[in-house]
Design a binder for this molecule. Sequence first.
Ligand code: PLP
Length: 393
Amino acid sequence: MSQDWKARTRAVHAGTRRSQYGETSEAIFLTQGFVYDSAEAAEARFVEAGADEFVYARYGNPTVAMFEDRIAALEGAEDAFATASGMAAVNGALMSLLKAGDHVVSARALFGSCLYILEEILTRYGVEVSFVDGTDLDQWRAAIRPDTRAVFLESISNPTLEVIDLPAVAEMAHAVGATVIADNVFATPVFQRSLELGADVVIYSATKHIDGQGRCLGGVVLGRRDYIRKTLEPYLKHTGGALSPFNAWVMLKGLETLELRLAAQAETARCLAEALAGHDKLARVLYPFHPSHPQHDLARAQMTAGGTVLSLEIAGGKEAAFRFLDGLEIVGISNNLGDAKSLVTHPATTTHQRLGAEVRAALGIGDGLVRLSVGLEDAGDLIADLEKALAAV
Ligand SMILES: *Cc1c(COP(=O)(O)O)cnc(C)c1O
């Protein structure tokens, strides 16, 4: 790969390993193991495997390596390790780095399973975790201590779409030598360069936009080579969260069209936010690139587009929100996101049910809030569908 290649070229060509057949589309190396030419060769590979030498698919696989190299090239990361799901990536990134007695500071507004790892699992092994309002730099400043080992955040939070000031948080974290781990799923590799903004480690659930068509689970951790190979890889290869070669192939093909799909989806999301803002059945429309977003300027400074998700606060609470969901025809009711198909979810009764009403209220997740993941359908059709459902509220 030439370092001069732009993102669109990298997304199509970076990481490609052609077999002796010269196939144009990447091969699926659906194999668990690898055969060595001799006993001596097996021994040598176990001492040190070269860049394109594999020993077992839990450690690495040629199709998985193509995906890792391609996403690393897109992200501008030195290296990447692919995982079976986004949560295997989050768990691996944290567990491989931390030990009993360490201190972590995390934004409170997190995807439910991320919160579970930080709140329930890490603490069980003696890691101390302090939660802050991610949008409040004073809270970050107060919580980060000389012994803070890691900072965890979702660069755009789910489902309230709060924007974290990544350069400011990273500066505070780096002043005490802490590693900044950013779950960049909502911001996507296309719209936010989180490593350039100060993150040390970036995580994706490839399940979302990278697949982009709702088929396979996958994840990836990106960062500097010494962290990926010396800290993360030993943990992941022995604990078994490896990405399957078939799923890696789906993700690899997803990367080829990622920018095109995301540009279309984000443009539609922006149109929907504009069309729905001020609607008399809506108390709020939340979209990072809409001028009414409380951190609109920060979003514009950090991102090149507002993403593919918007959140709507339906006036009238749960009953009104349910009537809205049930009135939709094109948009499916699903807790997934990043699909070509537009999907809507009611966080208070699904993804964030476990938190309880008090915590939800503190996070701004009211009973009228719905999260809309915008797909690839026609914007006019989606607006008509949403307006018809709002009329039924
Ligand atoms: C979906 C998601 C995850 C988890 O990814 P899986 O692939 O479902 O394991 C983590 N973080 C965020 C922000 C997500 O949206």
